[in-house]
Design a protein around this ligand. Structure first.
Ligand code: MF3
Ligand code: CO
Length: 250
């Protein structure tokens, strides 16, 4: 599939989808406390999304059963909310959510600490978020996808962390996953040239240990093979004539 350049009308709708998703994340974050179940968080997210006249894009996507992915500790992404999984003090949790507003998608993830967490866990969360901002400095017209990928990799490697290679960022628009793929590590190919009007979801997934991941028996949850902690940070962005615009932040 070709990479799409969004029209002004489409950009306006993606901006609205992004703002709503940013609001959902901010509201949901208030409930991240010891004792709440991941299922309860999913119900809150679903209600928040529906209250803003949006569709939860994850629900039913390739059979995914919830409106958010909630991934704890050594879970990298795509953790399925459960009634019997309660947040514990010291956990880290990645919250990944997507909405569709009038046919246009936004996708974003944040990682939080539950109560008091170790300095090592906080550092991983901080560096993962920072690597997104380092990466999008390269998301400017005339650069190539690999400039984003290489910048994210170099930044995380400078802290001794590794990048998950089996999952990537992606284009986004009327579909959650559009071309191009946006890996979080350097490729041999430079990738497509970046142009104004493109919209991307950039999402570093960063492990304290090795880059290898495994899939759980539920066929969704991705975990680190060595059991090390993993963090995730993602926003939907718009390429412009100047700096990229982050659509999924308030
Ligand atoms: N945010 C994820 C991504 O970027 C999508 C979650 S998978 C789903 O690929 F099935 F839950 F939708
Ligand atoms: Co995504």
């Amino acid at each position: 599939m070709a990479v799409t350049i969004k029209s002004q009308r489409e950009i306006d709708l993606m901006r609205q989808a992004g703002k709503i998703l940013a609001y959902v994340h901010e509201e949901l974050a208030k409930y991240i406390k010891p004792g709440i179940s991941t299922h309860e968080l999913d119900m809150i997210a679903r209600d928040l999304i529906k209250s803003k006249d949006c569709i939860p894009s994850f629900l039913g996507y390739e059979g995914y059963p919830a409106s958010v992915c909630l991934s704890l500790n050594d879970e990298v992404v795509h953790g399925i909310p459960r009634k019997d999984v309660l947040l514990l003090e010291g956990d880290i949790i990645s919250v990944d959510c997507g909405v569709i507003y009038k046919g246009y998608q936004s996708d974003a993830a944040r990682t939080y600490g539950v109560g008091k967490i170790t300095p090592e866990a906080q550092k991983l969360i901080d560096v993962t978020k920072e690597s997104f901002f380092v990466g999008i400095k390269e998301a400017v017209k005339g650069n190539h996808i690999n400039d984003i990928s290489g910048a994210i990799e170099d930044y995380c490697h400078s802290f001794g962390y590794s990048l998950v290679e089996d999952l990537t960022g992606h284009g986004i628009g009327t579909e959650m996953h559009e071309d191009p793929q946006i890996p979080n590590f350097r490729q041999r190919r430079q990738g497509i040239k970046i142009l104004p009007g493109m919209t991307f979801a950039i999402e570093p997934m960063v492990n304290i240990g090795g880059p290898e991941v495994a899939w759980c028996d539920d066929e969704w949850t991705v975990v680190t093979e060595d059991g090390s902690l993993s963090a995730h940070y993602e926003n939907t962005i718009l390429i412009t004539d100047g700096e990229p615009e982050i659509l999924s932040l308030l």
